[in-house]
Ligand binder design. Structure first.
Ligand code: ZN
Ligand code: ZN
Length: 71
């Protein structure tokens, strides 16, 4: 059974699926924990640049959190 997984407001990501149909191009990416990092369309910041929302389907971290923790 595929397990659905929520990233941002998108609830149709598929955990453990490297071909997740809901992810942005080039995602999911491998996470250091062995899970997959899914990405959903994010909001543009003040400079008009869009940052995707990311979340690992195992550890639940975003790429931003991982960058901050230095892993
Ligand atoms: Zn996904
Ligand atoms: Zn992870």
């Amino acid at each position: 059974m595929p397990r659905s997984f929520t990233v941002g407001e998108e609830m149709l990501h598929v955990a453990d699926d490297p071909q997740c149909p809901e992810c942005l191009e080039e995602y999911p990416e491998l996470c250091g924990c062995g899970g997959l990092i899914h990405a959903a369309g994010g909001e543009a910041d003040l400079d008009g640049e869009e940052w995707p929302l990311t979340r690992c389907d195992r550890c639940g971290r975003s790429e931003e959190e991982m960058a901050e923790s230095g892993l």
